[in-house]
Design a protein around this ligand. Structure first.
Ligand code: ADP
Ligand code: MG
Length: 230
């Protein structure tokens, strides 16, 4: 594949955290590229930098060096408000712990990313309802997060990540708090959505079982992204 025009390109990406007077290297030159519709699982031991990498890809953290090009744009060359706009338009992020707002209903939680700019429109509400139906939660729209199960909460988080039609969908241990059956069902849901909407999907997981569902699987080892070996 000629990677120079891929919608997601990562070149020699490094990240080091400064702790007191020391610099702690975490990512040591990560390289990869993905096309629309591709789905990648990233595994690696705890503390290997999986979340750090995903947060950088989600423009929620900055690289120390190297290049990230998303849809022809290096988001780290933008100013803070342009970055927020870029993130809102292009990236959906699913956290291990759903991060839903407890005081809002399921439907309101899905609509949160649409409130940033224009306020919620009827069109956005229709889309949110459609997404909730898509994940089997049509009869839970007016429940609060505390009134639904863990698997259902993670489905709501998937809908919220999709509400602005992101081209890049990032999931950080999305099944880490779920039992096996719910974990498999969330994994399959993400893969189905990836196929239906041609998003780029990157899922970080410590579960090799989940990773084997993905067409591509890389492992973060010693700060580098390498081919997974069983
Ligand atoms: P993983 O998700 O693979 O478990 P992380 O990306 O969360 O790993 O963390 C990788 C390493 O970076 C860990 O050693 C962690 O302590 C360190 N780290 C993560 N975030 C920070 C931070 N903000 N400041 C300092 N060190 C951090
Ligand atoms: Mg992590």
């Amino acid at each position: 594949m000629n990677d120079s025009h891929a919608p997601l390109i990562v070149r020699e990406l490094t990240k080091a955290f400064s702790i007191a007077t020391e610099s702690l290297p975490i990512l040591a030159g990560v390289n990869f590229a993905l096309n629309e519709g591709e789905a990648l699982a990233i595994t690696g031991p705890s503390g290997s930098g999986k979340s750090t990498l995903l947060y950088i890809l989600g423009v929620l953290d900055t690289p120390t060096s190297g290049e990230v090009i998303q849809f022809g744009q290096n988001p780290f060359e933008l100013n803070a408000s342009q970055q927020a706009e870029f993130r809102n338009q292009n990236v959906g992020f699913i956290f291990q712990d759903h991060h839903l707002m407890p005081q809002f209903s399921v439907l309101e939680n899905v609509l949160i990313p649409t409130m940033v700019h224009q306020g919620t429109t009827n069109e956005a509400e229709d889309r949110a309802k459609h997404l909730l139906e898509r994940v089997g939660l049509h009869d839970r729209m007016h429940h609060r997060p505390a009134q639904i199960s863990g698997g259902e909460r993670q489905r709501v988080a998937v809908c919220r990540a999709l509400i602005n039609n992101p081209r890049l969908l990032l999931a950080d241990e999305p099944t880490g708090n779920l039992d096996r059956k719910n974990a498999e069902s969330i994994g399959n849901l993400l893969l189905e959505i990836n196929q239906e909407q041609s998003t780029i999907l990157i899922c970080v997981t410590h579960s090799r079982e989940l990773a084997t569902l993905f067409p591509k699987h890389l492992e973060l080892r010693d700060g580098l992204l390498v081919s997974e070996t069983n």
